[in-house]
Design a protein around this ligand. Structure first.
Ligand SMILES: Cc1ncc(C[n+]2csc(CCOP(=O)(O)OP(=O)(O)O)c2C)c(N)n1
Ligand SMILES: [Mg+2]
Length: 784
């Protein structure tokens, strides 16, 4: 169906209005059931947001039953989840059983979830603001694929966000807006449910007109849906202009309070405020209280005609658009407009009242067609069946598997011995990929928030170019100015350059990392940033993982080893972030060959059914590379640890190290051998994978009885049960200290626990007790 397909038709409007009522009902009832009818075993409030749902019901009805096409994708305001589930139930994609179990284990999720809900959620939401940004980056991803012919022009979808007005306070929205502007993002609609209320209160009047100005400044088209058809008609009558002006100038809190109080309160206040304006008083006197309340409160966002006309206008081009739709929070519910209604729940009496008003029969609350005449039900069902969105078949799409490079192939890029850093090794592997001509290399897309050069992506970008819808030559190159970086931009580019906003990096990785299920095309996204700044985008990283987006994150450089860069750049807690983040396996290789093997592993994981994303914590420290006598280390490298120097049977001591601090561990180890010739040296490439494997093995033993031995259990079995362990990592020592619990062995854990500072490595390692002396001191302490 083409865009003109949702031009407003009178008969359809009446039916849509009835559908809207059913959506309002089912969403309200779903929340009521969860809170008032379902057994509660823990006494906890279940929750759900009837007021926030009612606020968006008209907008979502207009969108889902008229404007939305199968290829469009939506991020739904998190707390409007019941409205989404109700709509999907009408489409036959959501079951009553799931609705009855809303917010209970295995039931419909409190906030729409791509991975847990059964009804075809496009984008998960929950942390406000992130879903909004997600649509802009999904649109950028679509443009990237369209430039390769992977999304055909007639299959281009709109990426739509439904958001609350208080959500507009989230700064990440404006970071995304700026990036969207730079990338000339199109096909993006942000639809604001402008109900003048947040969670705590009514929102500030001072931003009233500002939002539109912000979006206009960024080049977006602003559609303000302030007035309903009812209001526009009334305001055109004698005296109407005064009513309109009254609403225009009313403070948010007063407007909301009167909305809650209803017709009589409106009459009293307007009669006083408009005293002397005969025409206005006459207009007010000519309607009863209920109609007066409707006239004052049925705003544009509650008027199907107004919304559909705006959608139809917007469908005429692909410009990015923000719709500021004025609404009332709790529209049609008893607590409409009340400032405390955010988590308000209707009482059993109130929900019964709503049921009766909407014509649903008692006892048939779960039947969306209850109380309708056969003809009406038939016509409404037909409306649903013929809505463009009914044709959506494959919301979660499958992409063909792509052959990813083997570890051997990537190892070839970093061989050559000598001294290397893991960051340089990453750059070399990426450069090899850039030189390759296979399908995989064409599907790699890199992105970085203004640290492309300093994270060693430059080689890749020089060969593969920067992506932009509008071609732009490298002026420096054309003018023959020597530069190591060639930054030609165009549609074939495979690098997306971002401004310094780490949130955007993670949202971009979320969108690129969902290209397979969203667009049926696999991409292999590689994002780079400085390790300490992961914290800046942490919620967005979590959001990407929560949606099971697949990518490789390379965080470099890291730790105290940044030395002269100083304490503001030296990351401490990131190994723990890597351990704690589901959906993301984190690794900290020490050597170039480990880095190559782990990159091959990460690329394979991107498209594995039970795979995930990978985070590599790298370093610029150039260190001696080990000579390998065999390939046995490779499996251990992926599994999280291997013996760099195997201990003698029943050894009394082992050193356990991770990452760039390897030379200190090796130096200490050589000295240690004089006193403890049987000691072992354990290379831990991933505290995260090692720990997860250990806990999973334990769980398997005591739940399923499966006798699994964890990697770390097997490794430590080489030591005496009473052996001591000295662990060392350039980060929080907690990342490794747990290893002592595996067999109940004593541990001395070295790492960073205070802020770093500028210095050179010998000074800093000595001061922060990460050097060979510190390691030997810890060994001595253990052996006492
Ligand atoms: C990042 C984040 N902070 C806080 C919350 C808690 N929260 C949920 S909804 C909400 C208020 C939302 O108001 P608005 O966006 O205007 O939506 P409305 O309910 O008014 O439609 C808040 C603070 C959240 N979900 N995410
Ligand atoms: Mg609001």
């Amino acid at each position: 169906m083409d865009d003109a397909g949702f031009a407003v038709r009178g008969k359809d409007i009446a039916l849509l209005r009835r559908l809207e009522e059913r959506v309002l009902w089912l969403a309200s009832w779903t929340i009521h059931n969860a809170n008032h009818l379902r057994d509660s075993r823990d006494g906890l409030k279940v929750g759900g947001h009837q007021a926030s749902c009612a606020s968006m019901t008209t907008l979502m009805t207009a969108l889902y039953f008229s404007a939305l096409r199968p290829q469009d994708r939506v991020a739904v305001k998190p707390h409007a989840s019941p409205v989404f589930h109700a709509i999907q139930h009408l489409y036959g994609r959501q079951t009553i059983d799931q609705l009855q179990r809303f917010r209970s284990l295995g039931g419909a999720q409190s906030y729409p979830s791509r991975t847990k809900d059964i009804d075809d959620v496009d984008f998960s939401t929950g942390s406000v603001g992130l879903g909004v940004a997600m649509t802009a980056f999904a649109s950028l991803t679509q443009d990237y694929l369209a430039a390769r012919g992977a999304v055909k022009p007639d299959a281009m979808g709109r990426m739509i966000s439904l958001l609350g007005d208080a959500e507009l306070d989230e700064g990440n929205i404006y970071e995304a807006l700026i990036e969207a502007c730079k990338h000339d993002v199109r096909n993006t609609w942000w639809i604001v449910d402008y109900n003048r209320q947040s969670l705590d209160a009514t929102t500030s009047d001072r931003m009233f007109t500002r939002y539109g100005e912000i979006f206009e400044a960024a080049g977006w088209t602003v559609e303000t849906l302030k007035w309903s058809k009812r209001q526009r008609e009334a305001f055109a009558r004698p005296g109407g202009a005064a009513l309109q002006a009254w609403i225009e100038s009313a403070p948010n809190d007063l407007y909301s309070a009167l909305t809650y109080q209803g017709g009589a309160a409106w009459r009293e206040r307007l009669t006083a405020d408009l005293a002397g304006d005969k025409a206005a008083l006459k207009l007010i006197a000519g309607v009863d209280d209920a109609d007066l309340a409707l006239l004052m409160t049925q705003l544009g966002g509650h008027c199907l005609e107004t919304i559909l006309e705006a959608f139809a206008r917007a469908a005429e081009d692909d410009a990015p658009r923000v719709f500021i739709a004025y609404t009332v929070k709790g529209w049609r519910l008893p607590f409409a407009g009340h400032k405390d209604n955010h988590s308000g729940l209707m009482t059993p009496t109130q929900i019964a009242g709503l049921r009766d008003r909407l014509g649903v029969r008692e006892g048939e609350e779960w039947d969306v067609w209850s109380g309708l005449s056969d003809n009406e039900a038939k016509a409404m069902k037909r409306l649903v069946e013929t809505a463009p969105f009914a044709a959506r078949k494959d919301g979660h799409r499958l992409a063909p598997q792509v052959a990813t490079p083997t570890a051997d192939t990537l190892l070839a890029a970093v061989r050559g011995g000598g001294e290397q850093s893991t960051q340089a090794a990453f750059g070399k592997v990426m450069f090899e990929i850039a030189k390759a001509t296979d399908e995989f290399s064409g599907r790699v897309v890199t992105t970085s928030p203004d640290v492309t050069v300093s994270t060693n992506l430059g080689g890749f970008v020089n060969r593969r170019g920067v992506f932009h819808r509008r071609a732009h030559e490298d002026v420096f190159k054309n003018r023959r100015i020597p530069s190591a970086q060639v930054w030609a931009m165009g549609e074939t580019g495979q690098h997306i350059e971002l401004g310094i906003a780490e949130n955007n990096l993670f949202i971009a990785l979320a969108a690129l990392g969902l290209s397979a299920p969203l667009f049926g095309e696999r991409l292999f996204p590689v994002g780079t940033l400085y390790d300490p700044f992961i914290a800046r985008g942490l919620d967005a990283l979590n959001y990407a993982c929560y949606q099971d987006a697949r990518f490789l994150l390379v965080a470099t450089p890291s730790g105290l080893t940044l030395a002269p860069e100083g304490g503001a750049h030296q990351s401490i807690g990131t190994p723990l972030i890597g351990m704690a983040q589901p959906g993301l396996d984190s690794y900290e290789p020490a050597f170039a060959d480990e880095t190559a093997v782990l990159m091959a592993h990460a690329f394979a994981r991107i498209q594995a059914a039970a795979g995930g994303s990978t985070y590599l914590r790298l370093s610029t420290r150039v260190i001696d590379q080990p000579t390998r006598s065999d390939d046995a280390w490779r499996a251990g490298c992926v599994a999280g640890a291997y013996w760099m120097k195997r201990p003698a049977p029943d050894a009394r001591l082992a050193l356990v190290y991770s990452g760039a601090i390897a030379p200190e561990a090796l130096a200490a180890f050589e000295q240690l051998l004089e006193d403890e010739p049987g000691a072992g040296l354990l290379a831990v490439t991933s505290p995260d994978v090692l720990h997860a494997d250990w806990t999973a093995s334990g769980r398997a033993r005591w739940t399923t009885g499966e006798q699994r031995t964890a990697t770390i259990e097997t490794l430590l079995a080489d030591l005496a049960p009473t052996a001591g362990l000295v662990t060392v990592i350039d980060g929080s020592p907690a990342a490794l200290s747990w290893i002592g619990s595996v067999r109940g062995q004593r541990v001395r854990a070295l790492g960073l626990e205070t802020f770093g500072q500028s210095g050179d490595l010998p000074d800093l390692y000595a001061k922060y007790r990460l050097d060979a002396d510190a390691i030997l001191d810890a060994c001595a302490d253990l052996m006492v």
